[in-house]
Design a protein around this ligand. Structure first.
Ligand SMILES: [Ca+2]
Ligand SMILES: [Ca+2]
Length: 238
């Protein structure tokens, strides 16, 4: 090749400009993919009972989260998440429910009225949802019965690779501050069940979520001896 000024510029183009362009294009694509959006829980007037029940009297457990009265900050997630729990197989520690059918836990209905909840006997139990395959789980949202102001004890949320919870068990939330459930002391706060649901964060620092197939939500009785009652559980992932 005859080395002249024109060839020099062409070589420079190949060696520097094109790689820079390629890196820039990839960066833009990745940034677009990582752009976060607010998790839409479908909290419309028609889909939840937007009542604000009064506070129970005299309940001041040391680990109760203070309610500010302000709207919860937007929970930002990667694009493309959906409720993977909807209509998937659901089971519980107790064979029988006291009120309702266990399938109501993930039927998509979040209203807290006299027909739309599942009640279990008065002990610490759990409900489990089989997502049918492994997914990246980013958030688990729980609606306990919220028509009355109830603080449920021992809310523990775990994910695992098997139904018996023996493989790759990960605890994502635990507010059992005195270890009465026997799964270890939890540092998470107790909370009043509310119509906006309790979000358990599984996003991780890099927004990759937590890979799992099975989700378990433990719940004890309420602090005023209310029986464990579930309205709905959503599992957001992809
Ligand atoms: Ca439901
Ligand atoms: Ca406890």
């Amino acid at each position: 090749m005859i080395y002249n000024k024109k060839n020099k510029y062409i070589l420079l183009l190949y060696q520097m400009v094109i790689p820079i362009l390629l890196v820039s294009i990839c960066t833009i694509i990745l940034a677009k993919d990582k752009k976060l959006v607010e998790l839409d829980l479908g909290l419309t007037v028609d889909s939840v009972t937007q009542a604000t029940p009064g506070y129970s009297r005299g309940l001041t457990p040391p680990h109760l989260r203070k309610e500010t009265g302000k709207k919860r900050p937007a929970f930002m997630v990667v694009r493309g998440l959906k409720n993977l729990a909807l209509y998937k197989p659901v089971s519980s520690k107790e064979e029988e429910t006291v009120i309702g059918d266990i399938d109501q836990i993930n039927d998509g209905i979040k209203k807290s009225d006299e027909f739309n909840y599942v009640e279990f006997g008065p002990s610490i139990g759990w409900v489990e949802i089989d997502l049918k395959e492994k997914y990246a789980v980013h958030a688990i949202v729980i609606w306990h019965y919220y028509r009355n102001a109830v603080i449920y004890n021992d809310v523990i949320v775990q994910v695992a690779d098997d139904a018996a919870f023996s493989r790759k068990v990960m605890t994502l939330f635990n507010n059992d501050h005195d270890n009465s459930a026997g799964l270890g002391k939890g540092r998470d706060k107790a909370f009043y069940s509310r119509w906006w649901g309790e979000i358990v964060d599984a996003r991780g620092r890099d927004h990759k979520g937590v890979r799992a197939r099975f989700v378990r939500v433990y719940t004890g009785t309420g602090m005023e001896e209310e029986p464990p009652r579930f309205v709905e559980i959503n599992v957001y992932g992809k």
